[in-house]
Design a protein around this ligand. Structure first.
Ligand code: SAH
Ligand code: SF4
Length: 424
C-alpha cells in the first residue's frame, strides 16, 4: 500500500513539473512515506528523519515532508519533535500534495494535513512512469472497519471506503497500455470491497470485470480477511483464468482464545475450513499468511496451538511478527503482557518450523516445469528474475529481451526464498 501511495505522490510531483533525483542531498523536496503498523518500521522511519533533518540543516531551502500512517498518528507532535519538518500529511490527504506545496512556496510552513474523510484519489497517469515495469498495484479500497484489538490501521487510515469500478478499470487499463502485465489489487481488506452507488458491486464482480482486460496476463489481490472470504470468491480461483492461484490470508493466531481477544471474527476451525475449500477448488493454490506471537495473555498452550495450525495448514510462506503495543489500541491496555525474551524465543521456534515447510515445498518443485513471468533483473549477478503463478521467485539466466514474457521454465533447484530455473 505504501509503495502504491509513493508512486501516486511521485506521479503528482512529476506532473507539477518536478524531476526526480537519485541522491537526497541533491533534492529540493524530500517526502518520507511512513508506516506505523509495528514498532520496527516506526523506528526505521525515525532514524531516516534524523538523517534527512541533517541534510536540511546544511540546506535550509530544502522542503521536508512526512507522509503516511506515522504522520497521521503523530500529527503536530511530529513537527514538535523534528522542527526541520515543513509539513505532515496523512494517507487520506495525499491528493492535496500540490496545494500544500503551493502554500509552502508562498511562504507558509508547518502544515498539518491529517483529515481521514477524503475518498481515495484517482492517480493521473504520468506517461512513461511505469515504463519497464511488468507488475503494478491498483488500490481498490482504503481503510478498515474491523478494529482488531492490536491494530493501528483503522485509526490511521480511517473507515473503509471503496473506489468506483469505473475508476479502477480506467487505472488498470492505463497501466496495461504502459506495458504492465500483472496487476495486484490492494486494500487493507480487499475482499470487503463494495461499491453501492447506482449498482450493487462486490469484489467478485470486480474480479470478473478485470479478468476480461485484454493485454493483462495476471491478476492478484492482497490482503484478504478470512471472515470475508466468501464461497463466491473461492470459486473465482477455479473460474478466472488470469487470477493467480495464490492467496495471502493472515490467520494471526492458532488459539481460539487469542483470536477472540484479538477480535478477529473467526475461529481456528473456520480458518482451516476456508483453507480446505480453497484447496478443493484449486489444489495447486499457494497459501501465505501473517501471524504474530506474544499477544497479551498468549500462554504457552496458546502458542502451541499456533504451531499446530502451521503444521496442519503447511503454508507456502509466512510473515511472522512479535506483538508490539500500538498507541490507542485495545490490546495496548490489556494486562498479562508477554515478556520480550519469551516473544523472541516463540518467534524463532515458529520461524524454524516454517522454514522447514517452505524449503520442503520449494524442493518439491525441483524437476517440474512452471510458467514464469519475467519481471526484470535478479539480485543474482547476470540473471533475470520472474515469478510463478504461485508467487514464487524464480532466478534464471536468459536474454534481457525476455523481460515481460511468460516463459515455461524448468525448475532445477528449490531454495528457501527462491527457485533456480533453466530454459531447456
Ligand atoms: N489487514 C490485514 C493486515 C494488515 S497489518 C489483516 O487483517 O490481516 C499487517 C500485519 O502486521 C498483520 O497481519 C499483523 O500480523 C501485523 N501486525 C499488525 N499490528 C501488529 C502489532 N500491533 N504487533 C505486531 N504485529 C502486528
Ligand atoms: Fe488491522 Fe484487523 Fe483491519 Fe487488518 S483487519 S487492517 S489487522 S484492524
Amino acid at each position: 500500500m505504501n509503495e502504491y501511495d509513493s508512486d501516486f505522490l511521485a506521479q503528482s510531483l512529476i506532473q507539477s513539473g518536478l524531476l526526480p533525483v537519485d541522491d537526497p542531498a541533491r533534492a529540493d523536496l524530500i517526502l518520507i512515506n511512513t508506516c506505523t503498523v509495528r514498532e520496527k518500521p516506526e523506528q526505521k522511519a525515525f532514524s531516516l528523519f534524523g538523517r534527512m533533518a541533517r541534510i536540511k540543516r546544511r540546506k535550509p531551502g530544502l522542503i521536508l515532508g512526512i507522509v503516511g500512517c506515522l504522520a497521521q498518528q503523530m500529527g503536530e507532535g511530529m513537527i514538535k519533535r523534528f522542527p526541520q519538518i515543513d509539513f505532515v500529511m496523512g494517507p487520506r490527504e495525499l491528493d492535496r500534495i500540490q496545494e500544500i506545496l503551493e502554500q509552502i512556496y508562498s511562504g507558509r510552513t508547518k502544515i498539518v494535513a491529517t483529515g481521514l474523510e477524503a475518498p481515495p484519489p484517482q492517480p493521473t497517469l504520468c506517461r512513461g512512469y511505469f515504463k519497464g515495469r511488468i507488475t503494478a498495484f491498483v488500490s481498490i479500497m482504503e481503510g478498515c472497519n474491523n478494529f482488531c484489538s492490536y491494530c493501528i490501521v483503522p485509526y490511521v487510515r480511517g473507515r473503509e471506503i471503496s473506489r468506483s469500478p469505473e475508476k479502477i478499470l480506467i487505472e488498470a487499463g492505463n497501466l496495461i497500455a504502459e506495458g504492465v502485465k500483472e496487476i495486484t489489487l490492494l486494500g487493507q481488506n480487499v475482499n470487503s470491497y463494495r461499491w453501492n452507488e447506482g449498482k450493487n458491486v462486490d469484489f467478485v464482480y470486480l474480479l470478473k470485470k478485470l479478468n476480461k482486460l485484454e493485454g493483462l496476463l495476471r491478476l492478484r489481490f492482497t490482503t484478504s480477511h478470512p471472515k470475508d472470504l466468501s464461497d463466491g470468491l473461492i470459486k473465482c480461483f477455479a473460474d478466472l483464468d488470469k487470477l493467480c492461484p495464490h492467496i495471502h490470508l493472515p490467520f494471526q493466531a492458532g488459539s481460539n482464545q487469542v483470536l477472540k481477544h484479538m477480535k478477529r471474527g473467526y475461529t481456528r476451525e473456520e480458518y482451516m475450513e476456508r483453507i480446505a475449500k480453497l484447496r478443493k477448488v484449486r489444489p495447486d493454490i499457494a497459501i501465505t499468511s501473517d501471524v504474530m506471537v506474544g499477544f497479551p495473555g498468549e500462554s504457552r498452550e496458546d502458542f502451541e496451538m499456533t504451531l499446530d495450525l502451521i503444521k496442519r495448514v503447511q503454508f507456502d510462506g509466512l510473515f511472522s511478527f512479535k506483538y508490539s503495543d500500538r498507541k490507542g489500541t485495545l490490546a495496548e491496555k490489556m494486562d498479562r503482557k508477554v515478556g520480550e525474551n519469551e516473544k523472541g524465543s516463540r518467534l524463532s521456534m515458529l520461524q524454524v518450523l516454517q522454514k522447514q515447510i517452505t524449503l520442503k515445498k520449494n524442493k518439491d518443485l525441483e524437476g517440474k516445469r512452471m510458467d514464469v513471468l519475467i519481471e526484470g533483473y535478479s539480485k543474482r549477478e547476470g540473471q533475470l528474475k520472474g515469478r510463478t503463478v504461485t508467487n514464487k521467485i524464480v532466478n534464471l539466466t536468459c536474454n534481457t529481451n525476455k523481460i515481460g514474457s511468460l516463459l515455461n521454465v524448468f525448475i532445477k533447484y528449490g531454495f528457501l526464498n527462491s527457485l533456480q530455473g533453466e530454459l531447456t
